[in-house]
Design a protein around this ligand. Structure first.
Ligand code: TYM
Length: 329
């Protein structure tokens, strides 16, 4: 069977609303990469099952993410956009990979350790084997590049290790995929507690209206040593300042930096400027997403054609895998 060659694969979980961290860390690169490469992007609904979401919420979140895909400029004519669960091969390949992966390698995954905490014996097995399914997501398309944020780098290392192991045991079938990080690979949360994430509610939703952006930015943690308006600030430790770097023009960023250091600019004004620039930058995305809410057919068609393309590529890889490991083809 003749199938297309895939250069890039990435995925995002439908576990709530997409946020500015997802956008700057991953999604924005996805759009740029589709200009020159063959890209496959999926909404990883099987991964979301590890959090046991309400079925209706999962359906809604999956649709909403597909809407975001189109709204940020992913083009379904170029890139295959699809739901992971609509390509059965992901889970099949994950099983083959599970049989090649020592438990110790999964026990070392920091995301698993963070999520399971002291409850390792009680969390579901899906959460444990999650990175193996992620490896299958990538390798089933034999993709070489994976645009992601920094928190996924360890999972990518595992995917490379799995590819190497499979090739060693059964003969060379897979390339070793590489993580592609943007300069925004780790966007901090507004509460200063670590990375921006939905689960910590320290995020700015990508589709937030301007009032909500202002409200959330107003509460953001800044330089903790800047206690009074007249204290000079340290932009290098201020998360609001680092976000300016992604939403404000270069000249404004330099002015803010100086203003902060000399105390000429207070945090209230600095935050107001950030919220304004962010709201302006995100407005076209929100408007397109709202328009797509009135045209759900366009979203569904994009997913259906993406899934067809993905199934065709996945079927060929899976046939090669079945043959290599001794299953009937
Ligand atoms: P997920 O759904 O948590 O996040 C989607 C993408 O957004 C990036 N990201 C961030 N980047 C910078 N700063 C942040 N604060 C931030 N928060 C999230 C993530 O790094 C990711 O690139 N396991 C993956 C989904 C997945 C996947 C795959 C990715 C499943 N299969 C195959 C790539 C290839 C995850 O949970 O991403």
């Amino acid at each position: 069977m003749e199938t297309e060659k895939v250069d890039v694969l990435s995925g995002i979980q439908p576990t709530g609303e997409a946020h500015v961290g997802n956008y700057l860390g991953a999604l924005k690169q996805w759009v740029e990469m589709q200009e020159a490469r063959r890209c496959f992007y999926c909404i990883v609904d099987l991964h979301a099952l590890t959090t046991q979401p309400d079925p209706e919420a999962l359906r809604r979140a999956s649709f909403d993410l597909a809407r975001v895909f189109l709204a940020i400029g992913l083009d379904p004519e170029r890139s295959a956009l699809f739901l992971q669960s609509e390509v059965p091969g992901h889970a099949d390949l994950a099983w083959v990979f599970q049989c090649l992966t020592p438990m110790g390698e999964l026990q070392r995954m920091t995301q698993f350790k963070d999520k399971a905490g002291a409850q390792q014996g009680k969390v579901n097995v899906g959460l444990f084997t999650y990175p193996v399914l992620q490896a299958a997501d990538i390798l089933i398309y034999r993709a070489r590049e994976v645009p992601v944020g920094e928190d996924q780098v360890q999972h990518l290392e595992l995917a490379r290790e799995i590819a190497r192991r499979f090739n060693r045991v059964y003969g060379k079938l897979f390339p070793e995929p590489r993580a592609r990080l943007s300069r925004a690979a780790r966007i901090q949360g507004l509460d200063g507690s670590g990375k921006m994430s939905k689960s910590r509610n320290n995020h700015i939703p990508l589709l937030a209206p301007p009032e909500e952006i202002h409200k959330r930015v107003r509460k953001a943690v800044t330089d903790p040593q800047r206690l009074r308006r007249d204290d000079p600030g340290r932009p290098e430790v201020c998360n609001v300042f680092s976000l300016h770097g992604h939403f404000s023009p270069e000249a404004t960023v330099r002015e803010i930096e100086e203003g902060c250091r000399s105390a000429a600019l207070g945090c209230v004004d600095c935050k107001r400027m950030l919220a304004e620039n962010m709201a302006a930058a995100l407005a076209p995305i929100r408007e397109r997403a709202e328009a797509l809410d009135r045209e759900p057919e366009r979203v569904r068609e994009a997913l259906a054609s993406g899934a067809r393309r993905a199934r065709a590529v996945a079927a060929v890889t899976l046939e090669g895998v079945r043959d290599a490991v001794g299953l009937p083809v």
